[in-house]
Design a binder for this molecule. Structure first.
Ligand SMILES: Cc1ncc(C[n+]2csc(CCOP(=O)(O)OP(=O)(O)O)c2C)c(N)n1
Ligand SMILES: [Mg+2]
Length: 657
């Protein structure tokens, strides 16, 4: 059945009017994209997207991602017009103001219906790959009756030009994520002007080469748009639809040019647009008939949702799916109990190996954990026996071979976490966190429970040399708000940190893990890491010094303490697997561990910047503020001053003893 263009035209114009008027009122924003894609979005929502504004978090809803996040007025218009509780028309009037959830770019934590935060170009599309992957995985686990939805993306030239696009579509094509459909706003305009300034790529050919199905349509011809989307739905491969559009369509003097990308149209052009598209209503008013047409679309989903709820209630699996979607860990899960057996085993292992040992216990108990690595499985130790490969032939697997696609992996994991029902974790070398840093930042911004397993966490990795040796990475990730960075010191701390990371339901975590073996320092349980820092060994002689260390340097701190004690200088060792967690403890606890009247010394094989917060301005910071070097780890540590012989004299000199 084809749609009636006589009704669709005015509906699309409602998006155009709201977008140009909101941007004008804010005197900032991007009218070109929503005006250009208004026709495509109208067809998409009239006929294809499964959603229910009355239940925005309905688990089996389609996911819609506006990857071209600068065109945020498009999604705000759609949510308002179809009847979501927010944004209200007042919210839209207040577009880009502090009181409004209609932020400059769509934020998943401000509005239901915004599935992910977009704006950093390319990442919306890459997150959608993760959503489509989570959908197939849950479908394979729970069946068609409970999980059966699509992932829709609107992306611009910029999203397709970014390097991450290559990683994202390569992964989606390989995994045959056929329920993902990308509508490309093929307007041939970016900020600087015509796309011919900077590219001559055959984008559909690139997608086809990556295993995608491609379609083209006239993005202003309703019937042609419907045809192309229907063809995409019918094809088993992921689909790209090149929608040939005119940026700012409707604005008679400005459409088609780059000036409409990111500036208000201005009062004169807005008046001319109203005349050109036949829109008489004042700003922020939608004529009753058009509003009713949009509302009726919104109401259509209620029936499908009610039917799904019935199926959920009558399914034996319903409760389990609901638990996973709510993000609650399984009841009866108590990893601490399982890890207790390790306390008297004296295991000397790398913390990456300790992480694998923890995963062998955690992954069978927590079936929603889906692991992976960017081609470093054997180095990151991310694969456990319970996590079989997730492939195009078997989506029920729980281990994703992401390939050498760190950014694509991180963005996909964001999409998986935001889709819900899975807890993604993935590995690469810590030094390559830079490759995916903006996705890690978006995990934090979006409150996404993603666990990054970042191994080879210092010069301790040895011979691979300075390109592979993290220096600034641990500290620089501690600077990202709402991201918890763990650097455990031994097998017991690693297990504790894994548990804490899983319990961080509203934030991502980083586990910084060693390549090299470390002795087991802890023989007592008690979840000490839960305070971020704790007293590992107390001073025997009168306390003059507190040594604060993380990860592999806790072993060194223990040796420094022994040497000091041998000379009658009492020293505590504080292990600090999570600096942010420690800093969040109450003042009394912090003062007990780090009293004002003793010398405090930090030891961490990374930059010293930031450790003043812990040791104060008259403490000592042992670290490394240059690049590393290529040599065995046993040579590198003393070379860079990480030895009892180098550290003890500095402490004695400071104490004046
Ligand atoms: C990673 C990233 N780089 C740069 C920008 C700044 N930026 C926002 S929109 C845009 C141009 C995008 O062009 P296109 O996707 O074609 O959007 P259109 O102009 O057609 O609306 C740029 C460079 C950004 N948001 N994200
Ligand atoms: Mg463009």
């Amino acid at each position: 059945m084809s749609l009636d263009p006589a009704r669709l035209g005015p509906m699309a114009n409602a998006i155009r009017a709201l977008s140009m008027d909101a941007v004008q009122a804010a005197n900032s924003g991007h009218p070109g994209m929503p005006m250009g894609m208004a026709d495509v979005a109208t067809v998409l929502y009239s006929k294809f997207v499964k959603f229910d504004p009355a239940a925005p978090k309905w688990a089996d809803r389609d996911r819609f991602v506006l990857s071209a996040g600068h065109g945020s007025m498009l999604i705000y218009s759609l949510l308002n017009l179809t009847g979501y509780a927010r944004p209200t028309m007042q919210d839209i009037r207040d577009f880009r103001q502090i009181t409004s959830p209609c932020a400059g770019h769509p934020e998943n934590f401000l509005l239901d219906g915004v599935e992910c935060t977009t704006g950093p170009l390319g990442q919306g599309l890459a997150m959608a790959v993760g959503m489509a992957l989570a959908e197939r995985h849950l479908n394979a686990t729970f069946g068609d009756d409970l999980v059966d939805h699509r992932t829709w993306v609107i992306a611009g030239d910029g999203c397709l030009m970014e390097g991450i696009n290559h990683e994202a579509i390569g992964l989606a094509g390989h995994l045959k994520l056929g329920r993902m459909i990308v509508l490309w706003d093929d307007n041939r305009i970016t900020i600087d002007g015509d796309t011919s300034l900077s590219t001559s790529e055959d984008i559909p050919a690139r997608y086809r080469a990556s295993g995608w199905h491609t379609e083209e349509c006239d993005g202003h011809d309703f019937a042609d748009i419907e045809r192309a989307i229907a063809a995409a739905v019918a094809d088993g491969r992921p689909s790209l639809i090149a929608c040939r559009t005119i940026i700012g369509k409707g604005a008679p003097n400005k459409q088609g040019g780059h000036s409409v990308h990111g500036s208000p149209l201005g009062a004169d052009e807005i008046a001319a647009t109203r005349a050109a598209i036949g829109w008489d209503a004042p700003a922020f008013e939608i004529p009753a008939e058009i509003a009713a047409d949009w509302r009726s679309l919104g109401a259509k989903g209620a029936e499908a949702r009610a039917a799904w709820e019935k199926r959920l209630a009558s399914s034996g699996e319903g409760k389990e799916l609901a638990r996973r979607m709510a993000g609650d860990l399984p009841s009866g899960y108590d990893a601490a109990e399982a890890f207790k057996a390790w306390l008297d085993q004296s295991q000397k292992v790398a913390t990456r190996k300790a992480s694998e040992l923890a995963l062998e216990i955690l992954t069978p108990a927590i079936p929603e954990m889906v692991g992976g690595s960017a081609d470093l499985t054997g180095s990151n130790n991310t694969k456990a026996k319970a996590t079989g490969p997730l492939t195009a032939d078997d989506y029920s697997g729980r281990y994703v071979y992401y390939g050498i696609r760190e950014f694509g992996m991180a963005a996909a994991m964001n999409g998986m976490a935001l889709h819900g029902g899975v807890i993604p974790y993935g590995g690469t070398f810590l030094v390559f966190s830079d490759y995916c840093r903006n996705a890690i930042r978006l995990s934090a911004l979006q409150h996404a429970r993603v666990i990054y397993v970042l191994t080879h966490d210092s010069i301790g990795l040895g011979e691979d040399g300075p390109t592979h040796q993290p220096i600034e990475h641990v500290m620089s990730m501690r600077m990202i708000p709402n991201l918890e960075v763990f650097r455990p010191a031994d097998v017991i701390e690693t297990a504790e940190c894994w548990q804490l990371a899983l319990e961080n339901a509203d934030k991502p975590s980083v586990l910084a893990l060693t390549r090299q073996n470390l002795p087991q320092l802890r023989t007592e349980g008690g979840m000490q890491s839960a305070k971020g820092g704790y007293l590992l060994q107390g001073a025997a002689a009168a306390r003059k010094v507190v040594l604060v260390a993380t990860g592999s340097e806790v072993e060194l701190a223990v040796k420094v303490r022994e040497a000091l004690e041998a000379e009658g200088i009492g020293a505590d060792v504080v292990s600090m697997p999570s600096m942010s967690r420690f800093l969040a403890q109450d003042a009394g606890y912090k003062a007990t561990l780090l009293p004002g009247d003793v010398l405090k010394v930090s030891i961490e094989a990374g930059v010293t910047l930031g450790w003043e917060r812990i040791v104060g301005s008259d403490g000592i910071t042992i670290g490394i503020d240059t690049f590393g070097a290529s040599a065995p780890a046993e040579v590198l540590f003393p070379h860079f001053g990480f030895s009892v012989e180098a550290i003890v004299p500095q402490i004695k000199a400071k104490l004046g003893s």
